[in-house]
Design a protein around this ligand. Structure first.
Ligand SMILES: [Zn+2]
Length: 398
């Protein structure tokens, strides 16, 4: 049984978001940061405590006046969020609490990539997850593809791995499970997860670059995830790195994808009989050809990072994805190519995040969490702007 989604007033959303992104905060500090009157803060926190979203913790610090200031922290015992990541042939699921801590995870092969079959499989996993972790209030699904909103309805417009186009996935999952379901491009969802709960929490600009089966790029500018005019994450796969390099699937010579994606690394080692994990083993045992392939991939990755820094100058670049072995074997090449390709001499804060494939499904759950902050009825166009963790710091009428 779905636990109804709490409906929050604007000031309540602002207070909750601040605690979500920055951790437990004293009341006085919250009022100061958000520019809220004592009355508004009291009213908002009372509603959030009654709604099982915040709790009052023991006073830990003393305020400037010497009085203990009550701490507000997340209440993580009530609401559960179910996240999915779909690949072309597999489904990953996690249940998290309100702080995006994973409480349950599952993964299984897709029976087929047919829309009706995938929705039925999501519904079956949802029933299992409900038994394991009662209190689920919303679902979030992420996948590689372009997602646009038709009103409140997320529509998968293009997903090459699944072969989908024009699929109203949010509505179909809602009908099959009874839960509201947000859908987002996987790289944008992971960018949101890093921005709210990860290495990018509290930053107003960052770029996330993911390496794996493809190359993804998500941007945060002015404290909001950039959703693009057509629901697309940034695309860096076919930036030319070396015009004399190998040919990619689109016929480019020497683009980033011809060096950097997992399949390209396997091809470079020359093994039609090898898979990526075997190439990894070879590199770990010191095989020269395998190491060379990772070094070339590292050079491509460093160049891409430099392009992003040159274009938008973010506070931080986060590297993630299941192809991060590139950094393990070729950190030197990454930094070398980065320095060589930067327009200006500058320090780049490059944050390499340990990655587990369930991170993608957790990003789906974060999507469901951030839906708490997206009031319906203010959707401006066919593409909904991704939520930002603290974009409503603007004064709020008491
Ligand atoms: Zn290409």
């Amino acid at each position: 049984m779905p636990l109804p989604r709490p409906l929050l007033a604007r000031a309540e959303r602002t207070v909750l978001r601040e605690v979500l992104v920055h951790g437990p905060l004293p009341r006085a500090e919250l009022a100061r940061r958000l520019g809220l009157s004592r009355a508004t803060l009291t009213r908002s926190t009372r509603a959030l405590v009654n709604g099982h979203l915040l709790t009052e913790a023991a006073a830990e610090r003393r305020s400037a006046t010497g009085r203990p200031s009550e701490m507000l922290q997340l209440e993580t015992e009530t609401y559960r969020f179910l996240g999915f990541k779909l690949t072309g042939d597999r489904l990953y699921a996690v249940v998290t609490d309100l702080s995006a801590q994973v409480l349950f995870s599952a993964d299984e092969p897709l029976v087929t990539a047919d829309v009706a079959d995938v929705v039925a499989q999501i519904a079956a996993v949802t029933r299992r997850a409900e038994k394991e972790r009662p209190g689920i209030t919303a679902i979030g699904v992420c996948l590689a593809g372009d997602i646009v909103y038709d009103g409140d309805d997320p529509v998968v417009m293009q997903s090459a791995f699944l072969g989908w186009d024009g699929v109203r996935l949010g509505m179909l999952v809602r009908q099959a499970t009874g839960y509201t379901c947000a859908v987002q491009n996987d790289v944008l969802a992971l960018t949101t997860a890093e921005h709210w709960f990860g290495a990018g929490a509290g930053l107003s600009s960052l770029a996330l670059i993911t390496v794996g089966a493809g190359i993804g790029c998500g941007l945060v500018m002015h404290n909001a995830v950039v959703a693009g005019a057509h629901g697309r994450a940034g695309r860096l796969s076919h930036v030319i790195i070396d015009s004399g390099g190998p040919i990619c699937g689109k016929g480019h010579r020497g683009c980033a994808s011809s060096y950097l994606v997992n399949d390209a690394i396997v091809r470079a080692v020359g093994g039609s009989t090898l898979d990526y994990s075997q190439v990894l083993d070879k590199a770990r045992s010191g095989d020269r050809a395998a190491l060379r392939a990772f070094e070339d991939a590292g050079t491509a990755l460093g160049s891409l990072v430099a392009h992003v820094v040159n274009a938008i100058d973010p506070e931080k670049i986060i590297l993630s994805g299941d192809g991060l072995a590139v950094y393990e074997f070729a950190a030197h090449e990454v930094h070398d190519a980065l320095t060589r390709n930067l327009d200006a001499e500058q320090h780049v804060d490059l944050d390499v995040q340990p990655f587990d494939f369930s991170e993608w499904a957790r990003a789906g759950a974060v999507l469901a969490i951030t839906e708490l902050f997206s009031p319906t009825g203010d959707v401006p166009s066919h593409t909904r702007r991704a939520a930002a963790p603290s974009d409503s710091i603007a004064p709020i009428a008491p």
